[in-house]
Design a protein around this ligand. Sequence first.
Ligand code: UDP
Ligand code: MG
Length: 215
Amino acid sequence: MGHVEAAPVVTNEEKDVSESLLGDKKVTVVFVLGGPGSGKGTQCANIVQNFGFTHLSAGDLLRAEIKSGSENGTMIQNMIKEGKIVPSEVTIKLLQRAMLESGNDKFLIDGFPRNEENRAAFENVTKITPEFVLFFDCSEEEMEKRLLNRNQGRDDDNIETIRKRFKVFVESSLPVVEYYESKGKVKKIDAAKPIPEVFEDVKAIFSSYGAKQAM
Ligand code: UDP
Ligand code: MG
């Protein structure tokens, strides 16, 4: 239902992609999860260059939606400012549209799902279950330092909002990681190390995954 609505004009080409997104199992999704400042975006950029995935950052898609002046923009902006989780239907629509537009069939979905409701809604709407979940494990102390030192002009990178985001992460997002852990799908990375060292670990995971697929 919802998937076709995501693209305003559905060409034949897009229709094919949307059908393959739903029906068969050719679409590969890896969820990249971890606290704010754990390095998800940085490492995703590295993975894209080496392994042919399309990187979809849920947070970036939401920020682009604010900038586009959409009717949801103000609501999204207020929620991000408070570190709250935007309603699933909004985020899932943006993700579906980006997947369709990419033309790719391999996706890194970064910063989503952030709670159990996000997770269940995504799986129900798209019928996609992730290949695996890459989990960046990092202490709050280290993440806080990184967020306060990065200068991306984000109005949620202040200490007050950062504390709220940590709380939401622990209360709402870690249960998603635990859910996938119970399915044996979590690949945990020590994300407190320097960027190149973390990428070595990330590379090892994607290489062994790729090798497995080729057999
Ligand atoms: N956000 C959301 N749903 C998502 C992803 C992001 O509601 O699926 C909102 C949420 O308010 C979050 C903010 O966007 O605190 C920033 O998310 P992002 O992943 O960009 O940053 P992170 O907290 O991981 O550094
Ligand atoms: Mg990010």
